[in-house]
Design a protein around this ligand. Sequence first.
Ligand code: SF4
Ligand code: SF4
Length: 221
Amino acid sequence: MLYTEMKDFEEIKKLLESEESVFLLGCGGCAEVCRTSDEKTIVEIEEKLKNSGKSVSGKLIIDFMCSKQLLARRLARFQDDLDRSTAILVFSCGIGIQCAGAVSDKVVYPATNTISLGGFQGLWPGEERCAQCGTCYLGITDGICPITFCAKELVNGACGGAKDGMCEIKTEKECGWVLIYERLKKIGKLDLLREIQQPRDFKKIEPDAKLRKTIHFAIDR
Ligand code: SF4
Ligand code: SF4
């Protein structure tokens, strides 16, 4: 299981600053259990967005967003709503957000952070990976994780060592930041890279003492 917490609403609002109309997409798997993608949470965020002047074009909760096939087929039924959206706000773990970015031509933003509970996390059906870093950066990369796709886990762009699009450290792999750049260029969102990210807060990776006393942590330890 991947454990998620809601991002602060002010952070969500800032992420969506340049977006006119947002589609809300939640996962009925792990995130629902963590109450970061249940109906109540999504409706609350919808209300807050509307009150702050944002248009919400639709909302959908689907089971297991970590399956791209399932996600793409379910999203296809909501194409009209998606056509009226400039962006998708995703309520799921980092894998679900990455899958939404991979199957959609809309820019995706995380409503959540995925934090580490340690232990076995299950099998990923695709190439997407989440290292549960505690500060989800997928809102500046259109859903490509800079922590797991970049060998140096950089959050402020490429190191400059890539050759022919391949990583200088893991030479058999494509440079994650080249992939991020190409995807953002394709959807006209290169401006997302202009903001400098603060140094990573590694304390956020671990759950706080309160969460460690709950059943979520006890089961996954
Ligand atoms: S940035 Fe990557 S590692 Fe961090 S929470 Fe998001 S998907 Fe997971
Ligand atoms: S070449 Fe690309 S993926 Fe490799 S460490 Fe540098 S920025 Fe990261």
